[in-house]
Write a protein that binds this ligand. Structure first.
Ligand code: FDP
Length: 333
């Protein structure tokens, strides 16, 4: 019989002795949040049907939007544990402080509770993204400065994919590891140890409907990815779900590049730096790849606001460096 490793066992075994406290427990809190959210996501269509009969669930609560629900689950599982000094969520304009009556901890949690929300109503995969930083000043209760840290300072990052199965993928800087939820026993089991980006890559992922909104070097890059105009790109096929976690996960397993470029009238792009781009940049680096805003490593960008957006290119290094080269050439010309 093959060896079965639960996420709890794996986290405990892998952490160095000094980190066997709060960080380990925080990751486990997030795995628990993943199970709670997964349960709700899997029943989403059903709840709609039940909702038609009365729009109120068995606890007498009105039905909440799934992303608001996921946000609440993560916050409520993490606010009282004494492991965090502050949080930031895509769902909240301002940072989420730890209530005064709870102990504060040494870590900062940034998260997008349910990314790809446009896909929820159509039963397409969605996901949660998270990043964990160290609190900069351990004597204070958590300030905006603790949140506005570059991706290079991340101590851990990961995502939960709610797809045909639910997976949690994370890294604490010692490789990227994936766990699949066995719904019968309610445990995440190790299914993908030490994930690395395969070579040659298979896919490029970009919303090509926006081609006319991109600057010329990005359009040129797109043609290069397609193998047109004498391109020396590897042979790639196109895949775009429009759900970042799902697109990222597929490209991590198969190799490729995901792009959400700046647009002429939207020079900052769409993807959020703090709780989307930076955690995934941390993971891709751990998997042997690279992430950029088209000019520099995404891990080097220091956010100035919690909800800042960035142009986003992530995947196999060669594919990401090509867009940097084309954009740099255009500046010199
Ligand atoms: P969504 O707006 O549905 O939440 O970051 C937001 C995001 O989804 C990503 O998950 C996804 O990759 C992207 O936006 C899709 O945007 P487009 O519909 O513009 O392609």
């Amino acid at each position: 019989m093959p060896r079965i490793t639960t996420i709890e066992r794996f986290i405990l075994d892998r952490q160095p002795e000094y980190a066997k406290g709060d960080l380990t427990a925080l990751l486990y809190d997030l795995a628990l949040a993943a199970k709670v959210i997964s349960h709700k996501v899997n029943r989403a269509g059903l709840l709609d049907i039940l909702g038609e009969a009365g729009a109120v669930n068995v606890q007498g609560e009105n039905q909440q939007k799934l992303d608001v629900y996921a946000d609440g689950v993560i916050y409520r599982l993490c606010d009282h544990t004494g492991r965090l000094c502050i949080m930031a969520s895509e769902e909240h304009e301002d940072p989420l402080t730890i209530p005064d009556h709870y102990e504060k901890g040494p870590y900062v949690l940034v998260y997008d509770p349910l990314d790809g929300s446009a896909n929820i109503d159509t039963n397409v995969s969605i996901g949660t993204i998270f990043g964990i930083y160290r609190c900069l000043d351990w004597t204070t209760r958590g300030r905006i400065e603790d949140i506005l840290q570059p991706g290079r300072n991340l101590v851990a990052a990961g995502y939960i994919l709610f797809g045909s199965s639910t997976m949690m993928v994370y890294s604490t800087g010692q490789g990227v590891h994936g766990f699949t939820l066995d719904p019968d026993i309610g445990e995440f089991l190790l299914s993908h140890e030490n994930m690395t980006l395969p070579e040659p890559p298979q896919y490029y992922s970009v919303n090509a409907a926006y081609f006319d909104r991109w600057v010329a070097p990005v359009q040129q890059y797109f043609r290069w990815l397609q193998g047109r105009d004498g391109s020396d790109a590897p042979d790639l096929s196109a895949r775009y779900i429009g759900s970042l976690v799902a697109d990222f996960h597929r490209n991590l397993l198969k190799g490729g590049v995901f792009c959400y470029p700046a647009e002429i009238n939207k020079p900052v792009g769409k993807i959020r730096l703090l709780y989307e781009a930076a955690p995934l940049a941390f993971l891709i680096q751990q998997a042997g790849g690279y992430a950029s805003d088209g000019k520099r490593s995404l891990l080097d960008i220091v956010p100035t606001t919690a909800h800042q957006r960035v142009p986003f290119y992530i995947g196999n290094r060669l594919l990401v460096e090509k867009v940097e080269a084309l954009l740099a050439e255009a500046v010199v010309r």
